[in-house]
Design a protein around this ligand. Structure first.
Ligand code: ADP
Ligand code: MG
Length: 356
């Protein structure tokens, strides 16, 4: 098992800066995810950790060993790609055994290890099939088995579930998490799917334009976004724009239809008069207990949709529409006016930034 450290790692392809001054420590045994929009540099950063790409600047360490220019075959890592990359003419067991044969492991030991790993990924008894006799989910398990069988120090997974349908994706991510827990292997995962990242990771690094914008547990990133990009990239939420009217224990922002009080979770401070954003998550609204003296807004129901556990209600406040998860036990009639309340502790205020 290995701890991975990136020190000021930058990778340029001509004019493009794919990874920009990345500083990170990925702990031994951790499930760590790079999350960000397509083209933000996730794969490039992972490939530098694997030794499939080399930094233009900066250093990569495994524990305290500098591996910056060590090629991938000299690092004991295993990487799973989005397109399973199985050999179609080889049986499942042969696909899985290949890495051990290359390493000149004795035949009997190979058979034993292949059987064990196929069992681990839920493919016992399927060793004699060919890849085209397997479903997409099963092929992805073979890809995982093929990497795990070499007992890598680090498991690297680059959007491994993107080719699977939604239901299978959820099942597979739980299985990957389960296997990772069993083995305690340092795992680095790349995805652009924020829900997947939240569900599977111990910690997440959110990357944009090559730079790491925030690193934290799913809870930290969701509840304490460092800036407006993070707050809008993770989870649902409404944004209200306003100006800071006072700074005290709480920060007050005048949004036009009223003043909201909350706290700045960001990494930049706010001053009176600053342009700010108020971020409100759907699950943090209340429609009751409206004798509250703060953070009550007048709204008008636009539409509602019953989705099971809650009813999603779109409410117009001034000229902004907010999505609210409301209790499912009653009707929400379009055109009805109502008051909504957001506790101060749940009201996130951040310095305004232009988003693209
Ligand atoms: N081998 C390469 N040559 C040139 N440009 C590349 C190469 N690999 C990646 N890039 C560019 O670097 C940026 C980051 O790419 P990538 O790391 O694949 O992002 P992600 O995995 O987040 O989608 C993109 O602009 C991409 O076009
Ligand atoms: Mg990628």
């Amino acid at each position: 098992m290995v701890k991975v450290e990136l020190k000021n790692v930058t990778k340029r392809f001509g004019e493009v800066i794919a990874s920009d001054s990345v500083n990170l420590v990925i702990n031994d045994g951790e499930f760590f995810t790079f999350l960000g929009p397509s083209g933000c540099g996730k794969t490039t950063t992972m490939r530098m950790i694997a030794g499939l790409e080399f930094p233009s600047e900066g250093k990569v360490y495994y524990d305290d060993k500098d591996v910056t220019s060590l090629p991938s075959f000299k690092r004991n890592t295993g990487m799973v790609f989005q397109n399973y990359a199985l050999w179609p003419h080889m049986k499942v067991s042969e696909n899985v055994a290949y890495g051990l044969e290359v390493r000149k492991v004795p035949k009997e030991e190979i058979a034993e290890r292949v059987e064990k790993v196929l069992d681990l990924v839920g493919l016992s008894g399927m060793g004699d099939r060919f890849p085209n006799q397997l479903s997409g989910g099963q092929q992805q398990r073979v890809a995982l088995a093929r990497v795990l069988v070499i007992e890598p120090d680090i498991l690297l997974l680059d959007e491994p579930l993107s080719n699977l349908d939604a239901k299978l994706r959820v099942e597979m991510r739980e299985e990957i998490k389960d296997i990772q827990r069993k083995l305690g292997i340092t795992t680095i995962y790349v995805t652009h799917d924020q829900e997947e990242a939240m569900a599977i990771s111990d910690r997440i690094a959110i990357q944009n334009y090559g730079k790491i914008r925030q690193v934290g547990t799913p809870q930290e990133i969701y509840n304490k976004p460092d800036n407006l990009f993070i707050a809008t990239f993770i989870g649902k939420g409404a944004l209200l724009e306003g100006n800071v009217t006072s700074i005290g224990e709480n920060i007050s922002v005048d949004i036009g239809e009223g003043v909201l009080e909350g706290h700045n979770t960001g990494n930049k401070s706010l001053e009176e008069g600053d342009h700010a954003a108020v971020v409100l998550r759907p699950e943090n609204f209340f429609l009751k207990a409206l004798d509250e003296p703060y953070n009550v807004l007048d709204g008008l129901i636009e539409w509602s949709s019953f989705i099971g556990a809650v009813t999603e209600v779109k409410i117009l406040i001034g000229d902004e529409s907010l999505l609210i998860d409301a209790p499912a036990g009653r009707e929400y009639v379009s055109g009805e006016s109502l008051k909504v309340y957001i506790p101060k502790a749940k009201t996130v205020i951040l310095p305004w930034m232009e988003l693209d």
